[in-house]
Design a protein around this ligand. Sequence first.
Ligand code: 3PG
Length: 391
Amino acid sequence: KKTMTDIDVKGQRVFVRVDFNVPMADGTITDETRIRAAIPTIEYLVEQGAKVILASHLGRPKGEVKEGMRLTAVGIRLAELIGKPVTKLDESIGQEVEQAIANMQNGDIVLLENVRFHAGEEKNDPALAQQFAQLADIYVNDAFGAAHRAHASTEGIAKHIPAVSGFLMQKELDVLGKALSNPERPFTAIIGGAKVKDKIGVIENLLEKVDHLIIGGGLSYTFIKAQGYDIGKSLLEEDKIELAKSFIDKAQAKGVQLHMPIDAVVANEFSQDAETQVVDIDAIPADWMGLDIGPKTAAHFADVIQNSKLIIWNGPMGVFEIDKFANGTKTVADAMAATAGYTVIGGGDSAAAVEKFAVADQMDHISTGGGASLELMEGKELPGIIALNDK
Ligand code: 3PG
């Protein structure tokens, strides 16, 4: 795909779709990773003398103006980080926007309002896409986190003006693309999180590619059940037991080494005041629930990570938000930090975990996309990327 460096942007109006969908609490940004991640692209365009028009969604306002979902705080923070004024507008289309853009000098930065205040954004309404396109000469998509959405500002607009990728988009695709198409081996994937249902496509696709597949987290109990063990009150997706069995069989047929919990931290209730004990996986008491992998399992997973050349991690090993159930996820995070292998964090909860355990700096790549990196790992093509021009 063409990137920004393939074209001359000087003096051009460049519509840059970024993913500034950052977590907010009471109007304050609680994690600015996505803002920082977009800066190389913005700085490059400024240095090249482009007129930089930034657009993003924030949250899910469903086509209505929601005061709490304005991008005002993001604009203020971006200006601080980049050390340049950012003109934040209260709309993303219309006269006020056109006027502000007409007044821009080369190197100026304008931030449009949350594009999802218009219902046409998520509907990928051609009329809205056209209105966005009319604001600019060139489209740069740097919103990797939203690349799995076919929306007006991520897909539709690319049909109207020359469309290229930004540096963040490029980096995400390089790392994840290379890992999935031409991995260093041994290649290990760690899949955790609550539900099998959310990871079916990922497990299916990765079974074709990896040497080791580690299964932990809430979803592992359906696999443990599929192996014939009692799991007490642990999370179970009854309708996914057969699928879990088929994954176990497929791993064996493909020569993929499957690593599942051999012990667990179980609790008498889902709470931070719960009573807990460590049990072997064949000894989960009937009234108890598994909320973390046990220490034997964690040590074994760490060992596999240590001996891998490439490791992709998606989904925590337990309820790591609660200290009593955080140890498995912490052990995996520490092993990721310690290994000489190349470490990739597939966004979302695993990114939050390496942040929480203060090892984020030691990862080789932390994806800024949760859903988007998941879909890439499923082997899907992302609409926001397909839409970019090849020529
Ligand atoms: C994300 O946070 O995963 C992206 O910004 C996409 O947000 P969405 O799931 O609301 O489309």
